[in-house]
Design a protein. Structure first.
Length: 106
């Protein structure tokens, strides 16, 4: 259960998002393979130019504070990297543009 403060913040954020997106329509969107492939094709330009600036990431960064910094994109893979001593093979599921795998391979 969310605290009343978190519930309020969540409601405020949903209200902001709903100014730009039809949330009911989004919830009705298909999530089959063809729909996901279409999404990635349509979003590729944004992810490369704006989101990860050519870094090959399609996930959101893990931010500790209220602001997002480009380095936040690396938090997830750096955590994984720290757990991999002696590991020689990795299976990345839902790899998007394989940014994590490329990082770990280095």
């Amino acid at each position: 259960m969310l605290s009343s403060n978190r519930q309020r913040k969540l409601s405020e954020r949903i209200k902001i998002i709903s100014q730009y997106y039809d949330l009911d329509a989004l919830l009705e969107d298909k999530t089959d393979n063809a729909a996901v492939a279409k999404y990635y094709r349509a979003s590729d330009f944004f992810y490369n130019l704006i989101h990860s600036r050519g870094g090959g990431y399609m996930h959101m960064g893990l931010s500790d504070g209220d602001r997002f910094y480009k380095d936040d994109l690396m938090e997830q893979v750096q955590f994984i990297d720290g757990q991999m001593e002696g590991v020689k093979k990795v299976l990345e599921i839902g790899a998007g543009k394989v940014g994590n795998s490329k990082y770990l391979a280095r």
